[in-house]
Design a binder for this molecule. Structure first.
Ligand SMILES: CC(C)(COP(=O)(O)OP(=O)(O)OC[C@H]1O[C@@H](n2cnc3c(N)ncnc32)[C@H](O)[C@@H]1OP(=O)(O)O)[C@@H](O)C(=O)NCCC(=O)NCCS
Length: 282
C-alpha cells in the first residue's frame, strides 16, 4: 500500500491522441483510478470492456457519454456507471476542458480511450538485436538526418554536424548510438558533464521518427542512465525537456525522473522543465 498521497503532479502521466492526458493515481490489476483531461472537442474511440466495470465522475466541465444506444450528459459533480460489455464513448462537446475521474475494476489494459497508437511495427525485430555503442564519425550523417526532421528539431536546442563533431571530441561528453543488427543507426543520445562529480546531464536523446513507439527510447534511456550511474561519484542524472513535449516527459517520468527547481546557472530550453533522477530516491 502506498504511504504517500498521490496527485496529478506526482502521478505517472500518459498522453493519448497527443492532446488528452491521463494521470494514473492508482494502477493495480484489480483496480485503477485515472484522472483524465480532455480539451474541447476531444473524444475517446467507441469501445467496450470485456470484464471491467467503470465509473466516470466529472470533476470539471461537462461530459457527454454515448452509452449503448443512449447519449447521456454528465455535468460536473456527478458520475455515471459503465457496465462491462457496454459500448461507450466519452466526449467533450463543451467549450472548456473536461476533467474526469475514471475508476475501473479490474484495470483496463492498454490505452482505453485514445485511438490505438500506431501499431508497434515489428517491435521485437527492432528491439531484439539492437544495442547501444559509442558513436563514430561515420555515424554522424545519419545522426544529423534524424535530428533535422521537422517532428524532432522543434524539441531540441542547437545541433548540426559541427556541433556533433565537437561533442565527439569533448572529453566531458559521451555520444552514443542505438543500432540494429545491421549496424544501422536508429537513435542517439548524449551525456554531458562527465568530468564533474555528482551529477551528469542527459543532454539529448532522439529516436528516428520512423522507429518511435516501439520501445527504442526506453532501451536507449536505460543504457544512458546505466552509463551515467556506473561512475562511482555520480548519483544524479538531470535533463531539461520542453513543457509541451508530453511524449518525452511521459518516458522520463516512467523511469522515475522528477521535476525539480533548476539549480542556479542551469541553461534550459525556453519552455524547459528541469527533471532529475536521483539514486537517493531509488
Ligand atoms: C521521446 C522519444 C525519445 C521517445 O522514444 P520512443 O522510442 O518513441 O519511446 P518508446 O517507444 O521507448 O516509449 C517509451 C515511453 O515513451 C512514452 N511515449 C512513447 N510514445 C508516446 C506517445 N505517442 N504518446 C505519449 N507517450 C508516449 C510512453 O511513456 C512510453 O512508454 P509505454 O510504451 O510503456 O507507454 C522520441 O519520441 C523522440 O525521439 N522524440 C523527439 C525528440 C525528443 O523529444 N527528445 C527528447 C528531448 S528532451
Amino acid at each position: 500500500m502506498a504511504a504517500e498521497p498521490i496527485s496529478p503532479e506526482t502521478a505517472r502521466r500518459a498522453t493519448w491522441d497527443d492532446e488528452c492526458t491521463a494521470y494514473y493515481l492508482l494502477d493495480r490489476s484489480d483496480l485503477s483510478v485515472v484522472q483524465e483531461l480532455l480539451p474541447p472537442g476531444a473524444r475517446s474511440r467507441a469501445h467496450a470492456h470485456d470484464r471491467s466495470r467503470q465509473f466516470f465522475y466529472v470533476l470539471r466541465g461537462d461530459a457527454t457519454m454515448m452509452l449503448g444506444p443512449r447519449t447521456v450528459s454528465i455535468p460536473a459533480g456527478s458520475g455515471l456507471e459503465v457496465p462491462p460489455r457496454v459500448r461507450h464513448q466519452l466526449r467533450n462537446d463543451g467549450d472548456e476542458d473536461l476533467e474526469v475521474m475514471v475508476v475501473s475494476t479490474p484495470r483496463v489494459s492498454g490505452s482505453p480511450h485514445g485511438r490505438p497508437r500506431p501499431q508497434r511495427r515489428d517491435t521485437r525485430n527492432l528491439v531484439v538485436g539492437s544495442y547501444v555503442r559509442r558513436t563514430r564519425a561515420g555515424d554522424l550523417d545519419t545522426v544529423v538526418r534524424i535530428e533535422e526532421g521537422s517532428d524532432t528539431s522543434r524539441w531540441l536546442g542547437q545541433g548540426g554536424r559541427g556541433w556533433h563533431e565537437e561533442v565527439l571530441g569533448d572529453p566531458d561528453m559521451e555520444h552514443w548510438v542505438l543500432v540494429d543488427r545491421l549496424d544501422r543507426v536508429l537513435a542517439f543520445g548524449i551525456l554531458a558533464g562527465l568530468q564533474e562529480p555528482g551529477a551528469v546531464e542527459l543532454r539529448r536523446m532522439v529516436v528516428a521518427s520512423e522507429g518511435r513507439g516501439q520501445g527504442l527510447g526506453r532501451l536507449l534511456l536505460r543504457h544512458l542512465l546505466e552509463q551515467a550511474l556506473a561512475r562511482p561519484q555520480v548519483s544524479t542524472v538531470w535533463l531539461d525537456v520542453g513543457a509541451d513535449n508530453l511524449r518525452a516527459r511521459s518516458l522520463y517520468r516512467s523511469f522515475g525522473f522528477e521535476e525539480r527547481p533548476a539549480p542556479p546557472g542551469a541553461v534550459l530550453l525556453d519552455n524547459g522543465l528541469y527533471l532529475e533522477w536521483s539514486a537517493r530516491r531509488h
